[in-house]
Each structure stands twice: as C-alpha cells, then as structure tokens.
Design a protein around this ligand. Structure first.
Ligand code: SF4
Length: 288
C-alpha cells in the first residue's frame, strides 16, 4: 500500500505540473477568442502555445513548480491509513528528482533550501474523513507569484457586501500583474481568519471554472465581481485587455457576530491540480 500511494501521488504531481486541467484550458481559449486587444491576444497566444509545448515535451508548464498542497479525503475503511502521510511526503521528494520540480522550500530565517520541496509544514496536507474504503487526494502545486498578493482583512460586520466588494477590488488592483493574470480569484468570507484563508484558497484552486456557486445569490455576486474586476483593465500579465480574471470563486463560513474576515487568494493562469483515487486493492487512477 505504501508503494501504491506513493506512485499515485508522484503520478498526480507529474500530471498537475505538466497538464493544465481542461476547464482552465477552455477558459483561456475562450479569453483568447474574445480578446480584441493585440497585446493581450499575443500574451494569451503565448500562454496557449506554452501549454501545448509542455504537453508535447512533457515538461512542467511553468518554471515555478510551486509548493505542494494535498487535499486528502480518506475513507473510514481505507486500509493503510497509517502510511498516507509519509507516502505523500516521500512522493514529493521522488517527484522533485524525477520530473524534476524546482526546489521551493526555504527556511524563513536561515534562507536554506531543503532541496527536495519538503520542510516544516511542507507539503501542506489537509485531511477529511469520509465514508467509504478509498483514498482520494488532490494535489495542488501553487506558484509563489500568485501567493504574494494574498489579502486578509477584517471589515466592519455592518458593512457586509459593500465592504467585501471593496476589499476584493482593492486586492486585485494592488496585485496588478504580480499573480500572472488572468487569474482565478478565491474569496473566503466569514469564519475565523484561518477558515477565511483556507476556504478562499480552496475556492481558488480546487473549484472547476464553469461550476456554479450552490447559493444563487452568491453566484450572482461572483459574476458581478468578475465583471467589475475585468473592467479594471489590468488584463493578461498586466498588459491590458478584457480578461483579468477567468473566474471569481466565493465561499463562506458562519462567523462570530463581532468579526467579518474577508480573504482574497489568487491562482495564476497556470492553475494546476490533479486528483488520485486509490482503492483498497492498491489500484489507482489519476484524473484532472
Ligand atoms: S504565478 Fe503562476 S504562472 Fe506566474 S510564475 Fe508563478 S507559477 Fe508561473
């Protein structure tokens, strides 16, 4: 089982860093087809050529292969639960050598790179216990540039939607070209500060483009925010044009009456993810 989990994880990391998922690719193609600004069109063409080249040569789609996050759903009955953590961490070491990945795990005070993309709290692993006997995990390699402009703000609870809109637009405006637009903007509202960041990151990185928010009011708000952001005109790689965001994905948590956290997390155009499903037999499949 150790081997099966590790092989599934290495394959998922490999797929994630090389192949852009179909929903993201479709959104980039649509942006290219609808763009009228020559510079933005040229940039989108380069992005699409880059994606095609990565697929053909089986090389990572971006030089920044990110830091790895695993979102793990482990079935109550899955055999070998005790091996999952170590297998996932080891898979990152193996993938770093095999693919290879850029070593991106640096000690914050000593500035020493571990060289294998692991370290204290790296890779990040988030766990959910679910019914069933399978193991499912999604690997998200997240680039540093798109992490840089992350915002967490506490807004006056009485200002609700208005404040939320201001925080999001201000965050995108200040971010400019930094997160390599067109981006997917994840917005986490409510909860404690840790929950707001967590759900914003999940919304930016895991939710497929084109899926509707389950709450119809929030679906409308997502559309309004995306429209308002695109009207800022930052555009592809900050060079103008129609598309600054491919989507705005919003999630919320119930909150304390006295606090209203709003988190804004960016995911760059190289929005990478792949999911592995491991059966009790050790058979696995990797999907995007
Ligand atoms: S932000 Fe994304 S596209 Fe830009 S360099 Fe980092 S990983 Fe690559």
């Amino acid at each position: 089982m150790i081997e099966a989990i590790e092989r599934a994880a290495v394959e998922a990391i490999e797929r994630a860093v090389i192949y852009i998922p179909p929903d993201v690719k479709a959104a980039l193609i649509k942006a290219y087809q609808e763009e009228e600004n020559d510079v933005a069109r040229a940039q989108l063409k380069s992005i699409l050529d880059n994606i095609e080249l990565a697929e053909k040569t089986m090389r990572p789609v971006c030089q920044d292969t990110g830091t790895i996050t695993f979102y793990v759903d482990v079935g109550y009955e899955f055999p070998g639960v005790r091996y999952i953590r170590d297998s996932l961490i080891n898979s990152v070491r193996v993938a770093t050598q095999k693919i290879p990945l850029r070593p991106n795990s640096v000690h914050p005070f000593k500035n020493v790179n571990t060289g294998d993309n692991t370290g204290r709290y790296v890779p990040q692993i988030y766990w959910e216990l679910v019914p069933g006997d399978s193991l499912k995990f999604t690997v998200v390699p997240k680039g540093g540039g798109s992490g840089y402009p992350t915002v967490l703000r506490m807004v006056p609870p009485g200002r609700g939607f208005d404040a939320l809109r201001e925080v999001v637009l201000d965050a995108v405006y200040r971010a400019g070209a930094m997160p390599c637009p067109p981006t997917i903007v994840g917005v986490g509202v409510g909860g404690g500060i840790d929950t707001a960041i967590f759900i914003a990151k999940k919304a930016a990185t895991l939710r497929k483009i084109g899926t509707l928010n389950e709450d119809p009011e929030l679906a409308v708000l997502e559309g309004e925010l995306a429209k308002a952001i695109n009207e800022l005109g930052i555009g592809v790689m900050g060079l103008g044009g129609k598309t600054t965001v491919l989507a705005v994905h919003l999630d919320y948590s119930h909150r304390h009456p006295a606090s209203y956290p709003v988190a804004v997390v960016f995911q760059c155009w190289a929005s990478r993810r792949a999911t592995a499903i491991v059966k009790p037999s050790g058979d696995f499949q990797v999907i995007q």
